[in-house]
Every structure is written in structure tokens, then in C-alpha cells.
Design a protein around this ligand. Structure first.
Ligand SMILES: [Mg+2]
Length: 138
């Protein structure tokens, strides 16, 4: 789920239910990118301290670098090892990761890049990892 969805009451209701009923085979994943459509989550609806809130609901919390596949897989493996509680993985992510002019900017949450210049620049940065490798499509 997105961190913006944590502003919705039903999300917390589901987590209360999961914690109360010890749904240990359930894993929530939160894309903690700190943005939503109208701005940063902390400006729109402050969420922190998220881990402490989830723990108070009876959930196990794993935190990882969400843009790292290795870290994310490790967090999932750890979640599978928890036997008495559901798990929440707080995946700290960088919104727009890999596209320099999009990173951390909430305006790109609901806006596509313009065809041509912006799109081409974004695709080039993603394909080349910011110029670190050559694109096969050049
Ligand atoms: Mg978000």
C-alpha cells in the first residue's frame, strides 16, 4: 500500500484486525516514499512514528531500503520467519528513483512527463542508470 493510504481509516482497521487475530501469514508492504498527490505525507497527514504505531497494533515491523531489491527480499524473508504476528514492511523509497528531475518531487505523483523532451530524458536516465551504463536503444 502507499503511505498516502495510511490517511484512510479502513487501513488502520485492517491492521487492528490482523494484529488482534495474529494473522502471522499476512505481510503488509508500505511504500514509504513520503509523498502523496497533494504534497508530502507529513504536510498532508503526519504519519510518524509509523513503526511504533504498527507495533502498538500487535504487528511486527521490518524496515528496509525499498529501492534496493536485495534489502526488500531480505525484509520479506524475515517476515516469513515471524510466527505469531503479521508483519509490516516499511519500504523507504525515493519517489521518481532514477530520474534526476523527478526524484523526491511530489508533483510527479499524478503527472506524466511531457512527450518528447521530458519523456526522452526520463527514459534515457532509467535505461542508462543515470549515465552509468550504455543503452542498447541508442
Ligand atoms: Mg506515497
Amino acid at each position: 500500500m502507499s503511505d498516502g493510504e495510511l490517511g484512510c481509516g479502513i487501513t488502520w482497521e485492517a491492521m487492528l484486525f490482523a494484529g488482534r487475530n495474529r494473522l502471522y501469514n499476512l505481510t503488509f508492504v508500505v511504500d514509504r516514499n513520503n509523498i502523496q498527490i497533494d504534497g508530502t505525507t507529513e504536510e498532508v497527514m503526519p504519519l510518524e512514528p509509523l513503526a511504533a504505531k504498527f507495533e502498538s497494533f500487535g504487528l511486527h515491523v521490518e524496515r528496509c531500503a525499498g529501492n534496493s531489491i536485495r534489502d526488500f527480499v531480505t525484509a520479506i524473508e524475515r517476515a516469513h520467519g515471524v510466527s505469531e504476528k503479521p508483519t509490516v514492511i516499511l519500504a523507504d523509497t525515493i519517489p521518481g528513483y532514477g530520474v534526476e528531475f523527478m526524484e523526491y518531487d511530489f508533483r510527479w505523483h499524478g503527472m506524466p512527463p511531457k512527450a518528447g523532451g521530458e519523456s526522452n530524458m526520463a527514459i534515457d536516465q532509467i535505461r542508462t542508470l543515470g549515465g552509468k551504463i550504455r543503452s542498447e536503444h541508442e
